[in-house]
Each structure stands twice: as structure tokens, then as C-alpha cells.
Design a protein around this ligand. Sequence first.
Ligand code: ADP
Ligand code: ZN
Length: 820
Amino acid sequence: MKTPCYARVVVNLPQLPGDCFYDYLLPGEEEWEPSPGARLLVPFGGRKAEAVLWKKTTETECPEKVRPVLAVLDEEPLLSQFQLDLIDWMAGRFFCRRMDLLQLFFPPGLKVATEKCWQRLVGMKEIEDFLNNLPLPDNTRRNFWAKVQGLTGEPTPLPALEREEYQLLNRLLRAGYVKTGWFPKKSAAGFRKVKTYKVKTGEPGIKLTPKQQQVFRYLKAQEGRAVPAGEILAAAGVTDSVLRALVKKGIIECSWQKVSRNPFSGMPEKTLSLPSLNEDQRKALSLIFSALEGEKPAAFLLHGVTGSGKTEVYLRAIEETLKRGKGAYYLVPEISLTPQTVERVRSRFGDTVAVFHSGLGLGERFEQWWRVKRGEVKVVVGARSALFAPLAEPGLIILDEEHEYTYKQEETPRYHAREVAKEICQRVNGVLILGSATPSLESYREAQTGKLVRITLPRRVLGRAMPEIKLVDLREEFKAKRLSVLSPLLREEISRRLDREEQVILLLNRRGYATFIICCECGHVLKCPSCDVTLTYHRPNLLLCHYCGLRKRPPDTCPRCRGHHVRYAGRGTQRLEEELKRLYPGSRVVRMDVDTTGRKGRHEEIYQELVRGEIDILVGTQMVAKGLDLPRVTLVGIVNADTALNLPDFRCAERTHQLLTQAAGRAGRGEKTGTVIIQTFNPGHYSISCLRHGDEEGFYRRELRFREAGKYPPFTYLVRLVYSGVKADAVALAAREITNEIKKELARAGQEFPEAPKTEVIGPQPAIIAKIQDRYRWHTLLKAPDLKPLSLLLPRVLEQHRKKARDVRVIVDENPYSML
Ligand code: ADP
Ligand code: ZN
């Protein structure tokens, strides 16, 4: 008898308490032999569940209890061995379960509306011959042959197959005669169809109106090409009715054509001229090229001031990688995924590029993913999750603006793309480039200790000057009773730019009209009933909770004392926009924040309007500080530099430094020198004064000293546990129990890991925002010299807790970006 073969799987059921493997029996027939990374259907309790085959073994703990696998969902594994190993590593590193990570690696939308399809890669005759040569019972052959009739060269839905028919399918797959895969359901509009038109006759033969003639001439010039309606309407400047009339007269004909979703459609494929590299860029690239040549992993910190030409360095590095037959990931923070970046990459690398970002529909992302999987793509561009697109042989990973917080996912699995990228490069001997004008303290420190090789681009390209920085001390303004949001200096500078037809960017990192509403009689501040935060007033008539999205009408009187003096205080972007329109009548003011860019494509529209010079003043939240490369912007005003500084967060100085530097970097990128005006109550704070004096090293020195003294990252691993639930008592109790359990386990772990007991445990205590969406919140902070013992003991403690299932949710956030 053959030794039984077991499938060790991860069952994809989120309600399972822990991260364990389950074993199932594989039939052990060669034709029915899935490889690791394939999805299986398995019995679980009383139901069927999806599972991923992790490995095959010949041993299992209690063989008599093992149940057989029900079906193999992927004949060709969806995940590679490399990806399975990476998931193993990520689960330990980011305190999550393997199953939490699967969605990152699966094709987008796999669960939503997909169906399994097959398609033939050879002629029908060859398939027939192949089947005829197999010794098969007649009815099996007949039934399968009937199903095979449905096969075409395009993916078509796979019919239900009997067990022995699956074996036949597997033979066909192995022989390379057919292939299978998951595709969007036709009803889910995986492919888009458009109406197209072409001419039916050489001459119309009857009299046409001038508009009809125009369309006719246009189509005739296309020499029989089926032209999408949109294109005709745009080119001939007519409406749909003209087309319908022509169809009726039998002069043109209409048909539907399937178009592949192309995120670039409508975007001109410009060929941008290649700038010749300057000395700094050449030096940077020679280091990077020699790393690409080596067979060892390498990691660089490309520390270049804004406008120093970092993007050009990335593009050349990608080019070199492709020459060596490898692929590249080019990650950008979502916000800077402007058409500008896409255009630049696209014009260099054409169709070998796949772009992923949240603006794409599910169907579009799905198609991009499969293009990568099929090997049609060599360059993957996108936000953090693009790192999981299955590029076959990555040789290079670039993280542009590596300091950006969007590289960290703020929901389970809470991974950091920078850490994952490092790990991938280690595993594939790849080259990592972390680029930024304001590196994170973590990366800056790694460059000091030699883990990253620091390359600097200290100058702007073409000898362009760095902007001049001026401070406005708001304390002085206040004393002089100048209470407008815009100081006289800022107002005057704006006027001057408007006169010269230059552009202005103003940053105010608070959206809405008024950031809080206070009763002047009793001091009551309006708060969200579900969250422990103030409500924001939005024009014309809305109170909004920025945490849970609650919307309500503003009250006429104070809800507590019925007083009539309700004040709308704290100015937001909406109010600033209004003031600017009043102060500079006739100027074109546009606001860019979450509220104005909700609609798909609006962000790009604003950008295009800026390029065309249709906007004089752009006002907005941090969105305006990032990515924009606009030569006509010569003034950047930071209306209130202190918004981040006053947050209870160890990163507040870093955030301020980054935001100000990035915002300042938008000024003077063209031939004219830029000016930056920073309004602040804290001109002496080192995050502001170092910027003022161009003393960047000074900032990092001060900030690193503070982090080391306070035992914060990058000197310690900081792990935050957040407990939440609808019952305040239960949350507090769970927080205490779990924290105690962690303390006990840390002491015990001391035998194996001498560093473990040195872990500092702070709390538990109520979180700063004590309630969000009606859930009470507590937290515990762990400052650990070593992550290893925590990655062993925390999952254990949490699994115990989940088994008790007391409706208290616990999340583990390593190196948290929010302490609220
Ligand atoms: P960064 O990413 O460092 O802010 P970019 O790469 O966006 O800077 O470069 C800023 C501008 O300078 C871009 O328009 C780019 O095309 C241009 N540029 C880059 N390198 C050079 C160069 N060597 N000579 C001239 N222009 C350059
Ligand atoms: Zn709320």
C-alpha cells in the first residue's frame, strides 16, 4: 500500500481564534496532486471551507481523524513557494495570522465575482487525438468529450466535472493543451464593452446634413476601423443623435467591441525627452548599478532634497534592472500616484508596466494582476499592496517618499511595506532603494549604523535654488491684535504672486469650515455621541464626525444650556477658501482636501488645471504638500505649522519636519526662486527652526537624542495593543488580564531570551480617544529591545483571549503611527 499523503493547509475562515495548520488526506493519485500554494476545498466542522495547501507531509498527529480533501480549486497553484515563505515570515513579524495575509497575495476581487475558466492552447484535433490515445471507459470518454466541445481559445467557464474527468483535465493541463484560471464573471463586467461605428458604403449616395457629413468623412478616413463612439463625438464635435441618424440611413453600422480595461486610456502617451544626468545623479547610479550587478542583496537610502531628480535615478535604475532580465517594483504613496508619475514611467517602459492604485475598479486591478502573473509585466507601479503582485523575478524595489505613513497598513494585517521590501530583497538578492527628502528616523538611523548605504543628492537640478524660508511668529501677531488667519506678510506675498501671474499653494491641515463648536455661555463643546472627538462644521449646513462619519444638523442653541451664543471656532480649509475669495476677488481659488477629491479623477483634474494655469491659489490639507511638480508655484504658505506639533505622539516633531519640508519643496521648482512662509506659535521648536536655518542634520541629531532617551523607535521596538468593545467594563478587564498575562510570559521567556524581561510594559490605560464608533478603547504599550520573544508569546496570549471570546477585540500594532 502507498503511504498516505497529507495536505497541511491554512483554512481561510476569519472566525478561527488562532493561526494553526490543519491536515487533510490527499487521495494520493498522481493525477490529482495539487502543489503547495493551490487552493483546496475542505470539510470544516459542518461546512465546506476554502484552504490553501502549505505543504504535503506523510505524517500527521492523529491519522484516524483526518478527513479527505473535497476538491482542488487550483490545478496551477495560485501562490508560489516564495510567497508562502514570505507569508510565514510576515505572520511572525507583524503579529497576524497567515489567513489574514492571504487577501494581499490573491488576485484582487477573487472572492467577489469570479468563475473558473478553461481555454485551449492547441487545436481541437490535437485534444481529440490525445484523448483517443488514453485507455478510458466509453462513457467517460463520451461525457468528457461533450464537455470539451465548449472549449475555445478564449477563457470560457469550466463546466462541472466528475472526479475522473478532473483527472483528464489534469492530463490536458500537464500536456500543455489547455489552461485554467479565475476570471471575472461576465456579469460582473470584467471586460468593458463600447459601442463602435464604421462606414458601410464608399459614398453616402444621399444628401447629408453638414454634421452628418463631418462624421462620415471622419469615419471614412479611418479606413474601416471600428471607432469608439466617444472618439467620434469628440473628433467631430457632434452629439449621439447624428450617429443614430446615420445608422438609420444605412450609411454607418454599429457594433459592440470588448475593450481591455486600460488605466492609461485617455492619457496621452507622450515621449518625454531624457534629461542628461548631473554629477550627483551619476554618482548615485554608479553605486546602484554595481549593486545590481552583484549577486548580493543591497539597500540604499537615497536622501535627496526636493527637486533633486530622484525620480530620474529611479527610472534609470529600473531600466538597468530590465536589461538584466529582472523586474522592478516602484512603490509610491497613494497620494503621489499622480498622472505625472504614471506618465513618466509609462513613457519609458510602455506596455511592460502595470499600475495599481485605489482609483482603479476591481476589474481593472484584476486584469493587471493577471498580466503580472502571466509574465507580461516587468515593472509594477503602485501603492503599498502592489508589492504583492506576483512579479516573477524581482531585482529591484523602490520606495519613493519612504517616510510616508501610507506604507503602513492601518488595519489587519498591519504590515509595513518598507520592512516587507527589505525582506524580499534579502530573499531574492535584490536591490532596495528608499528615497526621500525627509527620511524617516528609522531609515536615517539605519544609514548611520551601516544597514543602509546613504546616497545624497544635496542640490536641486539645473542649479535651481532652494526656496527662501520666512517665519511669522503668531504670538507677535496675537499681541498686535492681528487675528486674521493670514498675516500681513503672507497676504502681501500672495498679492505679489497674483500680480505676476504666478501660483500659490496654501497648506492648512484641517478640513471643514470650523474645527469645533463651543457654547460661549456654558463652555459646552459639541462632540460625536459615538466617538470621543469634537464635531466639525462643514458649510453649508452640516456637522460631521471625522471618525465615524456621523452627519447631523447644526443646532440653533446649545444642546446643554439652551444658550444662544454658539461659536464656530478653529478655522478649516473651507473657511480659508472663503476668506481667500473675499480677499482676492477675481483670483481663481481651488480647494483640495478629502471633501473635494472624493470623486474619482478629481485629484487629477485639479492637477491638470494647475498645469494649464487655470488656478491661482491652491488651498488644502497635506494633500497639497506632496508630489506636485509645478514650475509656476513660487509661494507656499503654511497657515498653521503647529497642528501636528501639539499631538500626543512621539512622532510629532518628525511629522512637522516632514510636512513643512515637503510643502516647502513645492515652491520654486521652475526657473524662479520660491518663497515659503511658515506661520507658527513655536518658532523656536527645533522641527521648525532647523528648517529655517537649513540645518537638517541638526534636526535629526536632536530628534534621535529624544528618541533614544525616551526608548522610542528606532531604538526600541514599540508594540501597541488596543482593546475595544461596546462594554466599558469588559474592555478594561480584558486589557488588565491580557497585560498581566504578557508580563508573566515575558518573565518566563527570560530563560531563553535574556532580553525579554527588559521589555517595558506601560499600561493598560484608556486610550486618548476613549471611544470610537460606540466602542470603548484601552491600550498597552510595550517597549521591547527584541521582537522575537514577543512574536512567540503574543499570538499565544491572544489566542487564549479569543477562545474566551468576550466581545473585546484586540489588535497588535507594531511601530504604531497613531497613538490616539
Ligand atoms: P525629486 O523626485 O527629487 O523631487 P524629480 O525627479 O521630480 O525630483 O525632478 C524634478 C524635475 O527635474 C523633473 O521635472 C525632472 O524631469 C527634472 N530633472 C531630473 N533630472 C534632471 C537633470 N539631470 N537635468 C535636468 N532636469 C532634470
Ligand atoms: Zn463619531
